[in-house]
Write a protein that binds this ligand. Structure first.
Ligand SMILES: C[S@@+](CC[C@H](N)C(=O)[O-])C[C@H]1O[C@@H](n2cnc3c(N)ncnc32)[C@H](O)[C@@H]1O
Length: 312
């Protein structure tokens, strides 16, 4: 069995926030190692149901093994962007009491050198959550045009020094392919003065994050997926989303804000023309963040933001 090391973040807050009903039906869109799923499941009766998704084969096999004795767990290998359709086909529309999305990558994925996600471990540039997809980080770094690379570093890495990084990537790949995480790390390092690299900004992390977001299409369709998932909740059902960077959080915040607002016409529109009606209410006004105790135990929780709304 794979040793899947991942400490679930904001676990108590997620469980409290979902307000779990013992006979309810819950969906974990990002099962990972099954940490949150297991806590949800422990609060369910035999009548309760848990449906889990992940697009990573390792996560799927770990969860299949972990929950092998549980009749009320269904595990599906899929991008969660397909989950609204899959759940509808399963007859779950209006039947779901709680949905969780714990976005991004697991510690297991980051810490497995051969998955090529991290600048802390040397491995072939890969970064695919779903190993059956074609596009890898190697393809992005070696074959994307200057314009494409600049776009992803600006948009997904919010990287102000993108020009220098891209210039150095183009130069390096003319000599030989950029094959490993450490080669890429060196190129990024060369693009900045030393004090910036080792200062607070985490510039290497930003470049790696931008490439990872591109490889996995992490932001594409997230908005529509959340909107469709909200529709599947029963009245009183809740959806909780943990995000780890501002790009994701902005999407979650805006979808939840719209879902909780009657009129969503542009500001200053004299009379409402959208006819939009709120379908949910916020569970907490502000995003929930990790406590000092959790931050001390799990540094990964430092950038986590949890937002929860309830269907009305
Ligand atoms: C932060 S981890 C979740 C950890 C999990 N909550 C736990 O307690 O172990 C995120 C997981 O979501 C998966 N994932 C990310 N984006 C996905 C997507 N679009 N579709 C399906 N799975 C996704 C990743 O493969 C990873 O296993």
């Amino acid at each position: 069995m794979i040793e899947f090391k991942h400490v679930p973040v904001l676990l108590d807050e997620v469980i409290d926030g979902l307000d779990i009903k013992k006979d309810g039906c819950y969906v974990d869109c990002t099962m990972g190692g099954g940490g949150h799923s297991s806590a949800i499941l422990s609060r369910l009766s035999k009548k309760g149901k848990l449906i889990g998704f992940d697009k990573d084969d390792d996560a799927i096999s770990v969860c299949k093994e972990r929950f092998s004795g549980c009749q009320n767990v269904t595990i599906i290998k899929s991008d969660f962007k397909n989950s609204p359709n899959i759940l509808k086909e399963m007859g779950m529309a209006g039947q779901i009491d709680g949905i969780l999305l714990d976005l991004g990558v697991s510690s297991y994925q980051i810490d497995s050198a051969e998955r090529g996600f991290s600048f802390l471990h040397n491995g072939r540039l890969d970064m695919r959550m779903d190993k059956s997809q074609d596009l890898t980080a190697f393809d992005v770094v070696n074959f994307y045009s200057e314009k494409q690379l600049l776009k992803i570093l600006y948009e997904y890495g919010e990287e102000s020094n993108a020009k220098n990084i891209v210039k150095n990537i183009l130069k390096a790949r003319q000599e030989k392919p950029i094959e490993t995480t450490f080669q890429l790390k060196e190129i990024v390092e060369k693009s900045f003065p030393k004090k910036v690299i080792y200062g607070k900004g985490g510039v290497i992390k930003q470049t790696f994050q931008a490439i990872r977001i591109e490889v996995n299409g992490e932001l594409e369709g997230l908005k529509e997926c959340l909107q469709n998932l909200i529709q599947l909740l029963r009245k009183g059902g809740r959806i909780a989303v943990i995000s780890f960077h501002s790009l994701e959080d902005r999407i979650v915040k805006n979808v939840f804000k719209d879902a909780c607002t009657d009129c969503i016409c542009p500001p200053k529109t004299p009379v409402c023309i959208c006819g939009h009606r709120a379908v949910a209410k916020p569970v907490s006004k502000k995003p929930i963040v990790a406590t000092t105790q959790e931050l001390q135990k799990n540094s990964r929780s430092s950038s986590a933001k949890l937002r929860i709304i309830e269907k009305i």
